[in-house]
Design a protein around this ligand. Structure first.
Ligand code: 3HC
Length: 327
């Protein structure tokens, strides 16, 4: 999408001069959008490629936990909604891969990095989906956390990423509402449905909080990314906003947040929460979560199964490049 009109990869910089860096920062401070052909520091380009490609991988791998329930959705209507949501996620992956390509990285390289285990994708998608209530919890909590993190990205300093995020966020907000509606139905259903809804919340609450990344003191990229206005808020600030917005929603459902230390702080106006299990987080992003191997194996299988499509597209492109024979 965005890569159209570019004649090859944008220029790469290895020796950024202090003058160039200062002029660039001035543009950022003036809230100007940086576009693919503009000069940018090599670190800015590298950070964006890392973040946007990880984000694209998350959207694509994120289809798998929900895909697990397509054939078992309780009604035809629920199946159609779930299918549409999963297709939206595939679309988000495509916008984001295209946005990353404008920075000079090829899609093949990004996919290779995912399949080899070199590139990260969001920790949340390494947890299993055990019951139908998980479809509700994912929409409500996972898409809810994603929106909280991604709405500020609509103001990211890099033009193609910020524009892709505007559309993504509109769709994510629909996803969040459909998830909450599933939870509402289950929480007000039979005792067994209510138990399933609570169980899904119990299992997804802490992993959803981990989606925002390590605490600010351990976040290696935040300070520079905020200076470059790629990120607008710190990981902890966004996590707190999410908790403050979500706790009342859980209360409305009549469900309990699985955190005995959760308490409203009258002085700060925020919900104080218990300690996040960072060991678990680092294990998951190191590839040792409950479903990491399964998720990557599924992506590798899909990539292999799609080889004939890529070959057919290339063959067709070649054919159209050749001059036509005149009869
Ligand atoms: N899962 C996996 N890795 C994570 C992570 C998470 N939840 N949070 C942080 N990390 C990784 C970082 O990528 C970084 O590793 P790296 O140096 O190898 O790239 C390391 O942990 C340190 O974290 P930092 O806080 O320093 O990293 P960032 O400044 O990049 O912040 C982030 C992390 C907040 C996730 C940021 O990259 C971001 O905002 N990304 C864009 C949004 C995104 O990718 N969301 C993923 C979910 S998309 C989704 O949920 C799909 C939807 O359909 C629901």
């Amino acid at each position: 999408m965005y890569s159209q009109g570019l004649n090859g990869p944008a220029e790469k910089n290895t020796d950024d001069s202090p003058e160039q860096l200062a002029a660039f920062q001035k543009r950022i401070d003036a809230e100007e959008k940086i576009e693919p052909r503009d000069w940018m520091p090599s670190g800015y380009r590298k950070t964006l490629i890392r973040q946007i490609s990880q984000h694209a991988h998350s959207e694509v791998v994120g289809q798998l936990p929900e895909g697990n329930w397509v054939t078992r959705a309780p009604t035809l209507k629920r199946k159609l909604i779930l299918l549409a949501k999963i297709q939206d996620e595939a679309g988000h992956g495509l916008y984001l891969y295209s946005a990353a390509e404008t920075l000079g990285v090829s899609r093949e390289q990004m996919i290779d990095d995912l399949l080899s285990g070199k590139a990260k994708y969001s920790s949340i998608f390494n947890y299993p989906t055990l019951t139908w209530a998980d479809m509700g919890a994912i929409g409500w909590l996972v898409d809810g956390a994603a929106i909280m993190n991604q709405v500020p990205l609509c103001r990211c300093s890099y033009g193609p990423y910020s524009r892709a995020m505007i559309r993504v966020c509109k769709e994510e907000s629909f996803h969040q509402r459909q998830g909450y509606e599933v939870m509402l139905k289950m929480a007000n259903g039979s005792p067994e449905q209510r138990r399933m809804a609570q169980d899904a919340l119990n299992r997804f609450w802490w992993p959803a909080l981990m989606m925002f990344g390590p605490s600010d003191k351990d976040s290696i990229h935040s300070a520079q990314s905020m200076k470059w206005k790629i990120k607008r808020f710190s990981n902890d600030d966004l996590r707190q906003k999410f908790i403050d917005a979500t706790v009342p929603q859980a209360h409305y459902l009549g469900l309990e947040i699985p955190d005995p230390e959760l308490k409203f702080n009258e002085e700060t106006g925020h919900w104080d929460h218990g300690e996040i299990n960072w060991d678990e987080f680092y294990q998951v992003i190191a590839g040792n979560g409950p479903c990491n191997r399964e998720r990557l194996a599924a992506r590798r299988r899909a990539h292999e199964a799609g080889a004939w499509v890529r070959e057919a597209v290339l063959a067709s492109q070649q054919k159209h490049k050749q001059p036509r024979e005149v009869a």
